[in-house]
Ligand binder design. Sequence first.
Ligand SMILES: Cc1cc2nc3c(=O)[nH]c(=O)nc-3n(C[C@H](O)[C@H](O)[C@H](O)COP(=O)(O)O)c2cc1C
Length: 356
Amino acid sequence: MKVLALNSSPRGEGQSKTEIMLSHLVHGMTEAGAEVEIVNLRDKKINTCSGCFQCWTKTPGVCIHKDDMSRELFEKYRQADLVVFATPLYHYAVNATMKAFIERTLPMNEPYFVPLPSGRTTHPERYPHPRAVVLSVAGFHDEEAFGPLSAWAKYLFGKRLVAEIYRPGAEAMAVSLGGSRAQRILAATVEAGREIVTNGGISEATMQQIHEQSVKDLGIWTTVANLMWKTCIAEGVTLKTFVERGLVPRPDSVESFMLIMGMAFNRDAARDTRAVIQFLFSGEVEGACHFDIDNGTIIPSAGRADSPTLTIETPFAVWMDIVTGKADGQNLFMAQKYKVDGDMELLMRFDRLFGR
Ligand SMILES: Cc1cc2nc3c(=O)[nH]c(=O)nc-3n(C[C@H](O)[C@H](O)[C@H](O)COP(=O)(O)O)c2cc1C
């Protein structure tokens, strides 16, 4: 089986979730014996269709445009048994790059109108179209986000549509690429590739694994994602830079601080630690919270603890500068920007205890 795998994400350098999903699907297809060529459409020049119908009239089967579509991609499409249309979900549809590619396949058909028994009308094929697999990834976590795309794909490809693979919450999945959830989803995507080549479709069980919720707690994920966007805006950096620099989402409330501290907590570094750390915040955000650390576990709670091991009294902004690495905790301590009472040795271990 000759497969043409089209990736229309404009993002590269490991950022594209379409690319990650596609590479795993292709892995499975190749293992099952298919001959697969991946084409990154972002590297190609594909003009939008001019709507002149010259490919139907003056030069039947040949487009007026002289670009990568007419030079190489149209022929690759013609020769393929199966084409994977892998696209990021943009405004609940394929992105413009993929749409441009699809529109430019018009010379595959002849112009005549053929009424079908179903009541629909179609155009006869000049050349047989390859079968199709649609793969898409989305930022939102709800499956319904793919509804419009799926309806369109079914209408457009009809019986030629072999499989649809839709991965919601794809950005979240990529955050934990090393995590077990993401690994299960990607392993199922490899399996889907094998099944498409071997069985001509994807089994229900594999599909279910691909659709596994990409995060454990959507509420937490949403809070952290929103903090991340806020931080990007405040720092004037792109999402890519945020990830590359390993920036920390800046908490904007006692609740989100508790969340971030819980995420940063390094269980291994706290294996032999029992302590209660109390924070008393003043300034732009006022309030108190404490963390019970007990041999590798941490329980955050709002309010004051009965007998804390360590109490840190600080303006909220000062401590958030430390949390996000904008300021050095020791320097600020020397400059008396915050006050500490209790186990100083514990404070010295903060970098390791919350360094994850
Ligand atoms: C212009 C634009 C439109 C988008 N529209 C949607 C959308 O309608 N629904 C959604 O869930 N995500 C949407 N997203 C988020 C992308 O689907 C998501 O970031 C995805 O991971 C991008 O794929 P990529 O990582 O392969 O580039 C949009 C992103 C952009 C840039």
